[in-house]
Each structure stands twice: as structure tokens, then as C-alpha cells.
Write a protein that binds this ligand. Structure first.
Ligand SMILES: [Zn+2]
Length: 175
């Protein structure tokens, strides 16, 4: 359990340092198999239970739906979230797995933290590993928390490249 907690802390730190989340935004989770949920400090004292993230239902509904998912990362990374707030969609580049549709899957806006959002995301996820939450952010899943984290980084890089491409294409040549 301690190792898992350490991984969650490391991933949260990575997401923050790489500007995939800001302030208290975003959240991560991992499925711990066959382990007791109690946390203890280094002296073995039981730590009080912390209040989970406001998006706890979003994570739980996806774990219920996908037994292959062991890690979930939800970010508001700026480029991908920019697409989520616009009418443009993120193209599915090479590296997004076996699914062949031209764009990453997105779902319509539901209030953050709501069960409606959780249900809508778990319904839409299917075999996808990425969902764009319209007017909100990004959700990535993986068979490990590390995989989900790498995917969240890849989604942001992809969105950034596409944004730059749109900008270059929309301006006149200088020479
Ligand atoms: Zn959010």
C-alpha cells in the first residue's frame, strides 16, 4: 500500500511540475488489488481517512466498467483543455492505440464532480483510453497509473502540436 501511495504522490508531483494540472485541479487514482485501505504513518499509527477528490465517482464508475484499467489521470492540461472548450477536436495520431476513428472521443459537458459526468464518461469510454470532457478537461486511463500518466502527457503534446499547426496554417507567409 505504501508503495502505491508513493506512486500516486510521485505522479501528482509529475503532473504539477509538467504543468498538466495547476493548483488543486485534476486528480489521479489507482486500483489497489487485494489490499486493505487503511493508511498508517511510519510509526504504524492509523491515519485519519482523507476526503476523496470531488471526482471520486468519475474514477469509480470507470473502474467498475473497465476491469483492465488500474490507473486514471484527470487533468486540465492547457492545450488539450483549450480544444475541449473549442469546436475543434483533437486528431488521433499514431500512438493512440488500435482505435482508428479520426478524432479522440469526447463527451458533452456535465458538471464537474457530478454523477451525471461519471455515468456519461463510463458509458463513452468503451475501449478508449482517452476521453475529452467538453468544457472541462481530459481523462486518461491505463493498465497502470504510469501508463495513464504517460498518455496524459502524450495527449497534451498532441494537442499542442495541433494548436501550433492550426496557428501556422491560419497566418499568411511572412516571405
Ligand atoms: Zn476536472
Amino acid at each position: 500500500m505504501e508503495k502505491n501511495i508513493e506512486e500516486i504522490i510521485n505522479v501528482s508531483d509529475y503532473l504539477y511540475k509538467n504543468k498538466l494540472v495547476a493548483g488543486k485541479a485534476g486528480n489521479v487514482s489507482a486500483r489497489f488489488k487485494g489490499e486493505d485501505g487503511d493508511l498508517v504513518d511510519q510509526q504504524g499509527n492509523l491515519l485519519p481517512k482523507r476526503k476523496p477528490s470531488s471526482e471520486v465517482d468519475l474514477h469509480l464508475e470507470i473502474y467498475k466498467k473497465r476491469s483492465d484499467v488500474n490507473g486514471i489521470v484527470h487533468t486540465h492540461s492547457p492545450y488539450a483543455t483549450g480544444f475541449a472548450f473549442s469546436s475543434k477536436r483533437i486528431k488521433r495520431h499514431e500512438g493512440f492505440g488500435a482505435i482508428n476513428t479520426p478524432f479522440l472521443e469526447d463527451i458533452e459537458y456535465e458538471a464537474p464532480g457530478s454523477m451525471k459526468l461519471a455515468k456519461s464518461a463510463s458509458k463513452a469510454i468503451g475501449d478508449e483510453d482517452v476521453l475529452i470532457l467538453k468544457q472541462h478537461g481530459v481523462l486518461c486511463v491505463g493498465d497502470s497509473l504510469k501508463e495513464a500518466t504517460l498518455l496524459a502527457t502524450f495527449v497534451e503534446e498532441t494537442a499542442k502540436t495541433q494548436f501550433i499547426t492550426y496557428m501556422l496554417n491560419s497566418t499568411a507567409d511572412l516571405i
